[in-house]
Design a protein around this ligand. Sequence first.
Ligand code: FE
Length: 131
Amino acid sequence: MAKKYIDKNWKKELTDEEYQILRKKGTELAFTGKHLNNKKDGTYVCAGCGNPLFSSETKFDSGSGWPSFWDVISKGKIDINSDYNLGMKRIEVVCSKCGGHLGHVFDDGPNPTGKRFCINSLSLGFKEKSS
Ligand code: FE
């Protein structure tokens, strides 16, 4: 049975740019995203539905031009799909709550997981940790 994601009028809810990424599986240009160089402590959430996705504690500079994380904030926050769009197999990462496209996950990340979640800034909101 297909998974039921929350549905909204995404065209209205999102900016045009966010819509292209989250709902049309686009990719923002490398080195353009607002979260790429964010070094603050906090939580990255889905820009579509607010689902907490990644902690700043697992963010690292991959050199790819997209915000990169070596783990998800907790189990069940993302779903993965096979993606053959570029003529090669990649693993797509989507929000488990709204199905919004986030990016891809690769096996060339750092320890301890060896994973690199390569995520569009436009798919993410950021909640800075209050001290
Ligand atoms: Fe979401």
